[in-house]
Every structure is written in structure tokens, then in C-alpha cells.
Ligand binder design. Sequence first.
Ligand SMILES: CC(C)(COP(=O)(O)OP(=O)(O)OC[C@H]1O[C@@H](n2cnc3c(N)ncnc32)[C@H](O)[C@@H]1OP(=O)(O)O)[C@@H](O)C(=O)NCCC(=O)NCCS
Length: 226
Amino acid sequence: MSLIYKIHHLPTSDHLLLAFLAGKFSSLRLTALTVSAAAFSSTFALESKFSSPQWITRLSRQGIHTFIAVAYTPGTLPEQQTIDAGDWIGSATLLGPKPKLDYELKESGEEVPGEDDEEGKWQMTAVFSAPEHRGRGVAKMLVEAAVDFAANEGDRKACRVRIMIHPDNAVVKRLYDGMGFVDAGRCTLSEAFVQNGDESLLPADGGKGEPEKYFNRLGLIMEKIA
Ligand SMILES: CC(C)(COP(=O)(O)OP(=O)(O)OC[C@H]1O[C@@H](n2cnc3c(N)ncnc32)[C@H](O)[C@@H]1OP(=O)(O)O)[C@@H](O)C(=O)NCCC(=O)NCCS
């Protein structure tokens, strides 16, 4: 019998539970930054320095939504499929809704986004599925859960979800192509850090000392209107 996969929206209101979940999340995130280092703008060197309170703060920041893929052994009853049980094997982070002023990247080549009262604007990042569970639809479930959440949040007519990916990441490009995302423009690494909520992880000079790395417009932007 195959494993049961379920996506949970990480709750942040119960502080004791959050402290426990932050411990599990840090371990999953550091695994992602180790086994799939090339896929992410952040690094193990940066995030392995976070203290427990920092992980808690990061998960409970305003406008941050974390989705966790959990694997349960076959036969686990639905009521036992809770976020604190099972193995955490994947995650995705959604930021938003973002004001147009913060979301729009004028030099990216993206179309001008809609007004805030008409369209919710969201950034998705840090999509990860553990290597031993890949190819079983886990990433698709994570992305679907995040897009569904964004589409149902608030009473706006439309929602726009954006992702920034490394130009050589063909697997993730195929994932998003298959889920209705379209090529929308190009971004710099500096823009990716800021839009993904990691501005504080940029070097103290904002990357000016390494312009090739931080200001080349190489990242691929994909968007989906839902
Ligand atoms: C990209 C990643 C999240 C995919 O996770 P996954 O759970 O294996 O993906 P799924 O099983 O849901 O597959 C979804 C789609 O992705 C594509 N895909 C997944 N694995 C693939 C592979 N090895 N080769 C080509 N396409 C692949 C396919 O289009 C697939 O759809 P299909 O099965 O209908 O053809 C995973 O490989 C990963 O964590 N990679 C490292 C981190 C990363 O690149 N994150 C993205 C940062 S922006």
C-alpha cells in the first residue's frame, strides 16, 4: 500500500504548537538547502545560523503562509492525519496579498499588475519535495493548495501568483508549465530575495559588491492568474 500524502497550512496562532512546528520546519528547510542547494536563492550557510526564536518569527511574519506536505503510513485514520504527526516531506511558502507598489517590478518585462482592490497579488517560493518522495505528485499538491488559498482569500475578482526560478531548473519549469503558469519576465537575484521575504539575508551593501551575482536579470518569472 502506498503512503498517504496530505497538505497542511501551518497554523501560527497557538504559540506552544508553533514552537514545536518551527523545530520540524527548520529541519525540513535545512534539508532542502542541503540536497537542492542550487534551486534556492538562500543558502544553508545563512539559515543554519537562525536560532529557534528566529524560526518562529519567520513562520509567523505578517503575510507569510507556509504549506507542509506530510506523509502518513498506509492505514492512518483521517483524524490522525494531523500536522504534528507523520513525516514532513515537502513545503511551499506563499507571501501576500502584496500591494501593487511592492509587487510590481518595472524592469522585469512583466505586464502591469491589476489594482489591489481588483486583484490579489501573491509570491510563491521555496517549493520543495524530499528526493525519496519525488515524482508522486507532492509538489503539484503543494502548489495547488497555495494557489487555492490565494484564490479564495478576500473577495477580489482575480488572483495573481508569481514564482521566480533559476533559469537552469528545467524540472521546476515543467512543473509550473503543467500547472498553468506562463513565462512573465526576468528578475535579478536581489529582486528575488526581496520578493521572497528574505531582504534581511542580502549582504549589508544590498549586493552592490557583487553586481554580477545580484543584479544580472537571469531569473525566470512565471505567473498564474487564478
Ligand atoms: C521541483 C520539485 C519540487 C518537484 O517535486 P515532485 O514532488 O517530484 O513533483 P511532482 O511529482 O508533483 O511532479 C509535478 C510535475 O513536475 C514535473 N517533474 C517532476 N519531476 C520531474 C523530473 N524528474 N523530470 C521532469 N519533470 C519533472 C512534471 O511536469 C510533473 O508532472 P507530471 O508528473 O504530470 O509529468 C522537486 O524536484 C524539488 O524539490 N526540487 C528541488 C527544489 C526546487 O527546485 N524547488 C523549486 C524552487 S523555485
